[in-house]
Design a protein around this ligand. Structure first.
Ligand code: ATP
Length: 284
């Protein structure tokens, strides 16, 4: 079943903070498309404006120029058709797991029994039903973020906005979370706009990856990921995957240097010098 809602059109987006000598151009002339049911990642070096961009789509930050349309409607503030998952889990510590998931539904005025059923169904899908009466600080990071995703899905948004949701997790948990997310996305078929600085993660999850430059963030490239669905871990060692990885490394390498305050010197990015998304930090 293909989704017919959740179309995101970002056109010539500019975001500028401050004024006079303190002006910061965070996002510059960015155009991005997320088609209904598509999984799209934005990959970019630290500080390039990824979070700012997502926050504009969420309606938390005002744009300076350009337009953001969700299903043809101009974004002017937050809305129920856009769910957000943050890097910091941002669960209410005084509420149980189930109450956290039910929160958005309660705000929408849904009946208790309806809320409970919806929350329990989603928690079941995420393998968390046994923890419905636990409090967030009794959970691991990966479990907390699963609750964060379930909570965002509970109100049936058309678009899920995810800001480096696995950034705070260890490498193994991260891989498991990517698998859970891709499985859940396959089931719900909603549009996702996903921010990351992890190349493997962007390939594994996405239909399309936009690569951003160092600040001010512009779109440097748009790469389709033609890997079949469902995505499984074995694909990460396929030739197709490794080729995409090489291509994205090439694109992001120079930008990571710039983001660290320097430029890529002649020869430094040449053969034998692998600089990943962490940029020069990996060389020190
Ligand atoms: N409210 C604000 N006022 C002034 N400057 C801001 C504000 N928010 C962000 N910036 C600046 O805009 C630029 C982009 O920040 P942003 O957080 O969007 O980058 P990012 O790519 O998400 O970075 P990271 O991956 O490190 O989180 C940075 O230089 C940041 O300092």
């Amino acid at each position: 079943m293909m989704a017919d809602k959740g179309n995101v059109e970002i056109r010539n987006l500019d975001v500028r903070f401050g004024s006079g000598a303190n002006v910061v151009d965070a996002v510059n002339e960015v155009s991005i498309d997320v088609k209904p049911g598509e999984f799209v990642s934005i990959l970019g070096p630290s500080g390039c404006g990824k979070s700012t961009l997502l926050n504009v789509v969420a309606g938390f930050v005002k744009r300076t120029g350009g337009s953001v349309l969700v299903d043809g409607v101009d974004v002017r503030g937050p809305g129920a058709e856009r769910g957000m998952v943050f890097q910091q889990y941002s669960l209410f510590p005084w509420m149980t797991v189930r109450k956290n998931v039910e929160f958005g539904l309660k705000m929408q005025g849904r009946q208790r029994s309806e809320r409970e059923t919806a929350a329990r169904t989603l928690l079941g899908l995420a393998g968390l039903l046994a923890f419905e009466n636990h409090y967030p600080d009794q959970l691991s990071g990966g479990m907390k973020q699963r609750v964060g995703i379930v909570r965002a899905l509970a109100t049936s948004p058309q678009v899920l906005l995810m800001d480096e949701p696995f950034g705070a997790l260890d490498a193994q948990t991260r891989v498991v979370m990517q698998q859970i997310l891709t499985n859940m996305w396959q089931r719900f078929r909603l549009s996702v706009l996903f921010i990351t600085h992890d190349i493997d993660e962007s390939i594994f999850l996405s239909d399309k990856v936009y690569v951003m430059t160092a600040r001010p963030g512009r779109i440097k490239a748009e790469i389709e990921v033609p890997l079949p669905r469902p995505r499984v871990a074995e694909m990460t060692t396929s030739n197709e995957f490794l080729q995409l990885k090489r291509q994205l490394h090439e694109l992001i390498r120079g930008e990571s240097f710039k983001a660290m305050g320097g430029d890529l010197k002649e020869g430094m990015g040449g053969f034998g010098m692998e600089v990943g998304p962490q940029g020069v930090a990996e060389l020190i």
